[in-house]
Design a protein around this ligand. Structure first.
Ligand SMILES: [Zn+2]
Length: 114
C-alpha cells in the first residue's frame, strides 16, 4: 500500500475488500495491506459495518466522522450561526415546486400551514 492513501468512500473500500477476498486472499492477508486494522474488522466492513475508530478509519483511507449539531430552530445543519432556512409560503399544493414538494412528502411536512 502507498504511504499516502487518498480518502475514499466506504462503498469503494467495501468493493475493493470484496474483490481481494473473491480473488482468494484471506482476511489476514488483506489486513497486511492496512496496518493496524484487524482482519475481523475488514470482514465486518464487507458485511455492512462502518468502522468508527479514528485510527482504523485513517488506516483504511476513510474520511473522519465529524459530529455536527442541527439548528435549534429548523433542525438542519448550517454553516453560519444564524438560521438560514427560509420558510416559504405557498398558496396551494400546485404552487409548490416539484422538488420542494417531493422533499415535503418525504419529510412528512405538515401541509396545514399552507
Ligand atoms: Zn435553521
Amino acid at each position: 500500500m502507498t504511504a499516502e492513501m487518498r480518502v475514499q468512500s466506504l462503498d469503494i473500500l467495501r468493493e475493493r475488500l470484496k474483490s481481494f477476498h473473491a480473488a482468494g486472499m484471506t482476511w489476514r492477508e488483506i489486513a497486511c495491506e492496512f496496518a493496524g486494522v484487524p482482519p475481523g474488522t475488514l470482514c465486518a466492513i464487507v458485511k455492512g459495518r462502518e468502522p468508527r475508530k479514528p485510527d482504523v478509519r485513517k488506516a483504511l483511507g476513510l474520511p473522519e466522522i465529524v459530529r455536527v449539531t442541527g439548528c435549534l430552530r429548523c433542525g438542519q445543519v448550517h454553516v453560519s450561526r444564524r438560521c438560514t432556512h427560509r420558510r416559504r409560503a405557498y398558496r396551494d399544493l400546485f404552487s409548490i415546486p416539484p422538488g420542494e414538494l417531493t422533499r415535503m412528502i418525504r419529510e412528512r411536512v405538515e401541509v396545514t400551514d399552507l
